[in-house]
Write a protein that binds this ligand. Sequence first.
Ligand SMILES: C[S@@+](CC[C@H](N)C(=O)[O-])C[C@H]1O[C@@H](n2cnc3c(N)ncnc32)[C@H](O)[C@@H]1O
Length: 332
Amino acid sequence: MVSDITKHYPVLLNELISIITPQHGGTFIDCTFGEGGYSNKILSYKNTNVIAIDRDIKSKKKADEILDQFENRFIFKNKKFSQLEDLKLKNEKIRGIIFDLGYSYTQIKDKEKGLSFNSTGELNMKLGINDFSASDVINKLSGKELEKIFKFFGEEKEAKKISNNIIKKREQKTISTNDLVNLIENTKRKRNYKIHSATKVFQALRIFVNKEISELIYGLIAATKILKKDGVLAVVSFHSLEDKIVKYFFKSLSEKKSVSRYAPLVDQPENLFKIIKKKPIIPSSKELKENPPSRSAKLRFVIKKENFYNFETDILKKFKNFLEIENLGNKL
Ligand SMILES: C[S@@+](CC[C@H](N)C(=O)[O-])C[C@H]1O[C@@H](n2cnc3c(N)ncnc32)[C@H](O)[C@@H]1O
């Protein structure tokens, strides 16, 4: 997902295919179509159908090429995956739902999107279907609010100092991408030679602008409802906050719920999911060599079991703090 490769490379593709087994046919939802790497591979197996979604309208160009080739087996929707239920798919037998989170090679290279700190010009970071840009966040939210965003979404240790300097700087001029990078570099006392000084603040802004926490939580909830029994839900995540949410969602719904020992056996809930592998699947050394940005990728998956109890409340409660921070964007 960074710039040391020259073309798009679908992360953990072989591992994902071995989990969702498209060779047996069936309908799959690719929640993050991107450049179609996963969708294309699934469609290369006979008797498969793919419903693909992406919030970035620019990915429609690639989707149209796939549509030319697999006309009757492929649908593309320019939507956010939190809107999965709007597709009204409940009666379809969905065998697998996949998420490959974050952004694609093309998006990070897209100067207009301004995802990289090498971009120049106005701060943007919108992946598609957004309510506000990074420029609105940096130039309009209070110092305390910015501090929270950098601290919780970027784990930035110098969040307070950076926010204070942003407030001072924006009294003189609207802050651009360049201004923000320079300001962070000048604020940070110690240089980290492993990552760019602005990496954490840029990650935090991207998460906030695209509401990535609520997208992921509501996306997982919707996917769970739509998936058929024995279907697979698989997620590739790229940073610790995403992985924490996925891990919690899968684990908490795979553990036996305690019920009264006097309850009749028929009333005892089955677990919603079955976890096959506790540890996440990570890229092989071959993939790491060919595609170094895959180094932070983690693939987790579950099989959906029968029962449907109220599973939404717990995850919303668990990550309430993060959801509240994202809600600060509602006033922009
Ligand atoms: C890492 S890329 C996916 C690459 C894809 N698996 C492939 O092989 O080409 C992530 C994609 O997810 C999309 N995306 C991110 N968040 C989304 C959301 N909440 N809803 C829909 N699409 C989203 C991005 O626009 C981007 O195109």
